[in-house]
Ligand binder design. Structure first.
Ligand code: GLY
Ligand code: MN
Ligand code: MN
Length: 481
């Protein structure tokens, strides 16, 4: 938890953001249901608790069964939660009072949780606007539906409050929260740096474990142990696979085999829940084949180019386009594609090789705030999403500003089913040399990912050091380990 004023200032700024979007006296209330425990296989055997990120951001309390209300007209605020009774003390031990938890985040008014339900219901009965964010968890979706009378399916739909009698999540609140959480404060950057340090340590463990004969699962277990010993745990389910052409491959059941490539995409959460997200790709035998190195070096140079272009005054859309343009130029030099590179960029030919975007926002969520709506977070009112594969999968396209934290993660993949589909349907418009691709059906994929802070005059890679990335560095370090 940060010091009290961080939370006080954030709530004050949120009031200002909301005031700028709505007329005085008609703003209503903003409600923040925190997360509750979620059953893993039966009630009482729960998943490790993870607080809702926006609740953490404004109210700081990292425990289940809390909620909060911010009155947008009067500025009054209240944190709701229950003090422990003797039963709780027997199972959980003594706990600080709800009042002292409120005090720690500068909220002087606290009440039992049941009063939250009453506060929301009475605002609804009085016809006051009730602003809420689209909830990530089903429990809160059901709870908000119950308290507001809005159908559960509509609770995740975001629209301006004046539309449809306000029977949906609040676009004003989403836009205000996005505007604030997108620009990281110094205390947040320090936490992301810590998460990156843990991420670097876990990736070092993975690289050392990448030896022929080892089961992928063993490496995952060792690297995830690092995150638990130094932070909260992983920031998302670890991707570690020799089938790197499957972008989010969560099976770890193969033996490390010489000649193959191992994609390791994994990150850590700091104890305050800020995320890191790195990807490296290793030659399982410790040395790249010529064929692997050719592709690897293109991706490594693309990662480096994207970083060099990342600065205020440009947009991540432009950085993405310049990066895929570079990759297509290089793929053309290797005869994978033929024709005019600018035309290929416009036609989205890069999507065959990189069906995902260059990067996403990062923060309290590894894909920051995506539950609030990817377009609100990554596009805003500045730009529209492309319908093309790859281009359209870019999650962050905004004009870059100091304080943005984003991932830089180009990749090249050879996905046989996708190649076959493009060939069958003519999606490539004649640009792709399928004969060349035939030799790459068993290649797999390569992705290289760093976490980047946009600064006043450029960008900084986050973390205390950079994981080895050049093909020569990787071979050198693997030979020593
Ligand atoms: N963790 C998936 C990604 O890199 O976005
Ligand atoms: Mn990643
Ligand atoms: Mn990522």
């Amino acid at each position: 938890m940060f010091e009290r004023n961080v939370y006080v200032n954030r709530r004050r700024m949120l009031l200002e953001h909301m005031a700028a979007r709505m007329p005085e006296g008609k703003r209503g209330i903003a409600v923040f249901p925190g997360n509750v425990d979620a059953a893993q296989n039966y009630r009482g055997n729960d998943y490790k608790f993870r607080q809702d990120s926006s609740f953490l951001y404004y109210w700081g309390v990292d425990e289940p069964c809390f909620a909060a209300v911010l009155d947008l007209d009067s500025g009054q605020e209240c944190l709701y939660g229950n003090d422990v009774d003797i039963d709780d003390i027997i199972w959980m031990g003594p706990q600080p009072s709800v009042a002292s938890k409120g005090e720690a985040v500068g909220c002087g008014r606290t009440m039992p949780l049941a009063e939250f339900d009453k506060a929301v219901s009475s605002a609804v009965s009085a016809g006051r606007p009730v602003h809420f964010l689209p909830p990530a968890r089903y429990y809160n979706q059901m709870k908000l539906a119950e308290l507001t009378g809005i159908p559960a399916a509509e609770v995740r739909r975001v629209a301006p409050m004046e539309a449809d009698g306000g029977r949906h999540a609040s676009e004003e609140l989403v836009k205000s929260v996005v505007a604030m959480r997108l620009i990281k404060e110094q205390c947040e950057i320090e936490e992301i740096d810590k998460a990156c340090e843990i991420g670097c340590l876990m990736h070092t463990e993975a690289r050392r474990g990448c030896k022929p004969g080892v089961l992928e699962q063993e490496i995952v277990g060792r690297m995830e142990g690092v995150t638990l010993s130094k932070g909260w745990g992983v920031s998302f389910a670890t991707i570690l696979s020799q089938n790197g052409e499957t972008l989010h491959n969560h099976s770890h059941n193969q033996i490390i085999t010489p000649g193959r490539l191992l994609v390791v995409d994994a990150g850590a959460e700091s104890n305050t829940h800020y995320a890191s997200d790195f990807t490296r790709t290793y030659p399982c035998s410790g040395k790249f084949t010529t064929k692997q190195r050719e592709i690897y070096d293109i991706v490594e140079q693309a990662n480096s180019l994207a970083f060099s272009l990342t600065r205020p005054g440009t947009s991540y859309w432009d950085v993405h386009c310049a990066t895929v343009r570079y990759m297509l130029e290089q793929l053309k030099a290797l005869d994978f594609v033929r024709g005019d590179v600018d035309e290929m960029v416009s036609c989205g030919i890069s999507g065959l090789f990189m069906p995902h975007g260059l990067g996403h926002n990062m923060g309290l969520d590894v894909h920051d705030m995506e539950d609030l709506g990817e377009n609100y977070v990554g596009y805003g009112d500045e730009r529209k999403r492309s319908p093309l594969l790859g281009m359209g999968n870019l999650r962050m396209a905004r004009d870059l500003k100091p304080g943005h934290v984003i991932s830089d993660e180009p990749g090249i993949y050879f996905i046989p089913a996708l190649i076959e589909q493009w060939k069958r349907e003519g999606t490539d418009k004649g640009f792709v040399n399928y004969a060349k691709l035939e030799d790459y059906y068993d290649f797999g994929g390569i992705r290289l990912e760093d976490d980047v802070l946009v600064t006043n005059d450029g960008a900084r890679r986050l973390g205390p050091w950079r994981l080895p990335i050049k093909s020569s560095e990787i071979e050198e370090v693997m030979a020593k380990e």
